[in-house]
Ligand binder design. Structure first.
Ligand code: BTN
Length: 269
């Protein structure tokens, strides 16, 4: 993979500029740093290797050269979108699901808000970050990390949730550049309709654990158990905690697990 092969694969898409790194600290970090320079919407940053790739909740994210995809997309929310920045995390997960659906016989699912699962194992994650400059939103960076080949799957003792890769279930995985372009195509198409009912419905349809008992671990509270009902129109998780009580949780640092899954006492790297 190089800048030229990425340009060729994405030539039909409205990508204003591609930054390709053989090695970089983190594509999200680079994108956030560049936001001050007025980077246009859909600017793309792709890395073969990240030395300080990061995941949600302060975790590390490892990228296997040749075996995974690690990239960030710059977006500029406007108007009402700014009140719904959580939607941009859901957008990344939806785009990955749509691409997998085109090449895999298996239906991917999203563990709210944005872990993409294949047979209940994580194959991709999204980290959405924002920067404010002079009190104004400078932009949103949606960072996507996808395990494609077996070599990219972290060992079980390094992860909080069972992990897998796309090729495990997709015998005919396209070239990485082509797969990246498929993800971008979905991301760009749905980004334009991010406030629509159709967007939320498309996301909802792919949610994992609907109707099942789950555990939530919000950052400042203990565990909460309930039946997962879905997401509301703001992308918040809706949980039935008692027969007559429903609670909602905003997109943030909330951890979600199936109720019967073990939960490590302390976070691992
Ligand atoms: C998670 O599941 O915790 C989110 C992982 C996000 C990883 C991607 S890889 C590209 C981009 N750059 C980063 O440093 N992180 C995101």
């Amino acid at each position: 993979m190089d800048k030229r092969s990425l340009q060729a694969a994405t030539k039909s898409l409205p990508i204003p500029e591609i930054f390709f790194y053989e090695e970089v600290d983190s594509t999200n970090e680079r994108a956030l740093a560049m936001l001050a320079d007025d980077m246009p919407e859909f600017t793309l940053l792709v890395a073969e290797r990240q030395t300080a790739g990061r995941g949600r909740m302060g975790r590390k994210w490892s990228t296997t050269p040749g075996g995974s995809l690690a990239f960030s997309v710059v977006l500029h929310p406007q108007g009402e979108e700014i009140q719904n920045l959580g939607f941009f995390s859901l957008l990344g997960a939806l785009a990955i699901c749509l691409a997998i659906e085109q090449v895999c016989p298996l239906q991917p699912k999203v563990k709210w808000p944005n872990d993409v699962l294949l047979q209940e194992k994580k194959t991709a994650g999204i980290l959405t970050e924002t920067t404010f400059l002079g009190g104004h939103l400078a932009g949103v960076v949606v960072g996507l990390g996808i395990n494609l080949l077996r070599a990219s799957v972290p060992p079980p003792d390094m992860v909080m949730f069972p992990a897998t890769c796309v090729s495990e279930f997709c015998p005919h995985l396209p070239q990485r550049e082509a797969f990246l372009a498929m993800i971008l195509e979905g991301l760009i198409a749905w980004r334009r309709r991010i406030l629509s009912q159709d967007f939320m419905d498309a996301y909802r349809k792919r949610m994992a654990f609907i109707g099942q008992p789950v555990r939530l671990i919000p950052p400042a509270a203990g565990e909460i158990e309930g039946e997962l009902l879905g997401v509301d129109e703001r992308g918040q998780l809706v949980l039935k905690v008692k027969a007559d009580e429903v609670q909602v949780f905003p997109v943030g640092d909330v951890k979600l697990r199936e109720a019967d899954q073990s939960w490590p006492a302390s976070p691992m790297p």
